[in-house]
Each structure stands twice: as structure tokens, then as C-alpha cells.
Write a protein that binds this ligand. Structure first.
Ligand SMILES: [Zn+2]
Length: 403
């Protein structure tokens, strides 16, 4: 009997929809929730189990014994039918996780679906309202310790503010339209943490926050996305919603330690934390620094950008080196291994090969505009992002694209 049921389960697994995990879409699910009637992967099965058997009853497809009634339930439902029910009202701004996405995102997606049934009851989706306030633990810029800060999100004002003292003026007012948010579990060591990145006084600024309750941190993440989407929909009423959704938040393409020299060929290699954010390659002394030490714009190959193995003749070589060339400068870099170097080159190359989109150009333009607002004559501008020379080249370059 058991053998026959296992065989039938394997047949069911081949049906369209059942051959990928019902929650994260990864291939070849090996588990199932037999009361909900879905096939899931190992990671998602762990989340289902953690919700308790009153929500989801989990079994392995091959290693566990299947009763006839349980098999019947799987036949009756299956992944496609379950999706229609539990994902009926997923708001477009909600980021549905895929394989390899941060654990907190996967966990809260599954809990939102089956435990809180947020997508059957849209009134439970607090993050779509355009307003959110509450306390988050924020990492101090100077002392590196986390302190509770009150955050207020307002879609109407296009702002995210935070207050040191609740009754006083905000310490900072961030424009939602210029804000990126990403999960930062590896860097902070906290699964429920976010990295907020924005431009302040012409320089990129990162802030790190977390909340002990994973549902709260994911709600903040979705609230920022939803507010951004609504504002974009007002600004671009004719735009396709799915295209706008692609511009809400960005995960970093790649992060990690590299060695980098200064501009002179005799300069020593120094260890730096690199973060590749779309066309912006930033380097920091420490992964959690509030500001990058430097930023490199990654343009298009046809405009003089390239990356290749090795360093130019006459330059010191170290470890697994490679060179990034921009029209302004050549950067000598070194990775930890062959594999690490190949992955960096591949990541950078994929961006250099990609034509600049209007968004790429406008983000460059936006950054320049902020720089200009410092009201220092351009030649004397000691803005920390771009050395004077690069800064001028950069401005010209931007104008070339804008006009
Ligand atoms: Zn999964």
C-alpha cells in the first residue's frame, strides 16, 4: 500500500505547478504539507514545520509513510490550486521570495500566506496604507552600538524620517524616491536586519536597522516598497506596473573583501569591503561603515570601461589580481582566490556590457545634482565621492547622456 502511494505521489509531483516548491519556486520539491495540499522544498518545509501542526502538517515524499487520505488531499489540491487560494490578493509591491532569497523573507512569506492569511484578507496588509511608524534598532554612526529610534514612513510626503527623541524634530529625513533597502543578515549577523542606502550631501550613506520581530522588519521592507510603487504610479500613470515593480528595491549584485591599490603604481594593496549596487561599485574600510571611502561608476564598455585579469605592466601584482578601467582611472584589485576573482569579473562585466537605461542615467544625474547643491565652485569642490578631476569629467559625462 505504502509503495503504491509513493508511486502516486511521484506521479502527482510531475504535474505542472507541483514540480517546483509552492512557496519559493525552487525545483524538485521533496516535501509536502499534506493538510494544505502542497509540494515544498526542504527549506520551506522547515518553515512550515516551525508554524506548528495546527497550521501545516509536513511529510517527506519518500522517507515518510503516506495514508490514503493524505494522498487524496494532495490530489485534491496541489500547488496551482493552493496558489489561487492563498495568493489571491498579493499586492504588486510585495516581494515574493525565490530560491536563495534571505531566510526572513521566505519565512514571513510563508507565515503571511498560511498563518496570517494576509492574501485572503487584504485588511491585514498594514504595509500598503502608505504610512507606518514604530521603533527600530539603528546602528550608531560613531559608536557602532544599536539604539532604538522612532521611524516614520509617509508616502504622501515621500519621506522616511527617524527621531532620536520622539517629541523632537527628526534626526534625518530620507526621500523615499532616493532610498534603497536591502536585507543585510550576513553583514550585521542579524537575520532581521535591513540596510538603507541613500544620498546625503552628495555622498552615499548606509544605515543599518533591525527589529527582534521578523514580521515587523519585513513589514517595514514591504511598506517602503509599497509607498515607492504608489508614488511611481502617480508619476508615470501610463507605465506598466510590472516594470515599475522592478525599480522599487535592489539587492546588491555582489559584496565582499578585495585588495585595492591607490592611484600610483607603487601604492600598496589595502583590504577594502566592496559593494556593487547596480552601476555603482563602492568600497569601504569596514562592511558596516556609514559612508563608502570611494565610489566607482560603472559605465558601458563602448565608453571606455573594461575589466580584465592581471594588472598593467610595471604595476605590483598581488594574489589574484584584476584591473578595472574607467575613462578616468585604472583600478588595480586583488581577490582571495581564482574563483572569487572570476566571479567579480563576471559580475562587473555583466554590468559593463549592459546598455545604460534612462534610470541609470537619471540616477547619475541625480547624484550630480546633489553634489552641485553644495554651492562650492566646481573646481574647488572637495566632495568625497569624486575627486575634483573625476567630478568634472563625471559632470560632462552626465550631460552627454542627458542632452
Ligand atoms: Zn521552497
Amino acid at each position: 500500500m505504502a509503495d503504491r502511494n509513493e508511486k502516486q505521489l511521484m506521479e502527482l509531483l510531475k504535474r505542472p505547478g507541483n514540480n517546483v516548491c509552492a512557496d519559493c519556486g525552487s525545483k524538485n520539491p521533496e516535501w509536502a504539507s499534506y493538510n494544505i495540499g502542497i509540494f515544498v522544498c526542504t527549506r520551506c518545509a522547515g518553515v512550515h514545520r516551525s508554524m506548528g501542526a495546527h497550521i501545516s502538517k509536513v511529510k517527506h515524499l519518500k522517507l515518510d509513510r503516506w495514508e490514503d487520505s493524505q494522498l487524496e488531499r494532495m490530489k485534491e489540491v496541489g500547488n496551482n490550486a493552493a496558489r489561487l487560494r492563498y495568493e489571491e490578493r498579493v499586492p504588486p509591491c510585495y516581494r515574493k521570495p525565490v530560491e536563495d532569497d534571505p531566510q526572513v523573507l521566505v519565512e514571513q512569506w510563508i507565515r503571511a500566506k498560511y498563518q496570517r492569511e494576509e492574501f485572503c484578507h487584504p485588511e491585514r496588509q498594514g504595509y500598503v496604507s502608505g504610512y507606518m511608524e514604530g521603533f527600530l534598532m539603528k546602528r550608531g554612526k560613531e559608536d557602532s552600538r544599536y539604539h532604538p529610534r522612532k521611524f516614520v514612513l509617509s508616502e504622501a510626503d515621500d519621506t522616511l524620517k527617524y527621531h532620536v527623541k520622539e517629541k523632537k524634530d527628526p534626526k534625518a529625513v530620507l526621500r523615499l524616491s532616493e532610498l534603497n533597502v536591502a536585507f543585510a543578515p550576513q553583514k550585521t549577523g542579524n537575520l532581521n536586519s535591513l540596510q538603507l542606502t541613500f544620498i546625503k550631501d552628495g555622498s552615499t550613506r548606509h544605515i543599518y536597522v533591525y527589529h527582534d520581530d521578523p514580521a515587523v522588519i519585513v513589514n517595514w521592507y514591504m511598506a517602503i516598497r509599497c509607498a515607492k510603487l504608489h508614488r511611481l504610479q502617480v508619476a508615470y500613470p501610463a507605465a506598466n506596473e510590472s516594470e515599475l515593480v522592478g525599480h522599487l528595491t535592489r539587492d546588491f549584485i555582489r559584496e565582499g573583501w578585495l585588495y585595492k591599490t591607490g592611484p600610483r603604481s607603487s601604492d600598496a594593496y589595502k583590504k577594502r569591503w566592496f559593494t556593487m549596487d547596480n552601476r555603482k561599485l563602492m568600497y569601504h574600510d569596514d562592511p558596516l561603515d556609514a559612508h563608502p571611502k570611494g565610489e566607482i561608476f560603472l559605465g558601458h564598455v563602448l565608453d571606455g570601461y573594461s575589466v580584465r585579469v592581471g594588472v598593467p605592466p610595471g604595476t605590483r601584482d598581488q594574489g589574484f589580481s584584476f584591473t578595472l578601467r574607467t575613462p578616468e582611472r585604472s583600478y588595480n584589485l586583488s581577490a582571495a582566490s581564482d574563483e572569487d576573482r572570476d566571479e567579480w569579473i563576471q559580475a562587473i562585466d555583466s554590468v559593463l556590457e549592459r546598455p545604460l537605461t534612462p534610470q541609470d542615467s537619471s540616477s547619475k544625474y541625480q547624484e550630480c545634482k546633489v553634489v552641485c547643491l553644495c554651492e562650492v565652485p566646481q573646481m574647488d569642490c572637495h566632495n568625497r565621492i569624486f575627486p575634483v578631476k573625476c567630478f568634472n569629467v563625471y559632470l560632462k559625462y552626465v550631460c552627454f547622456y542627458i542632452y
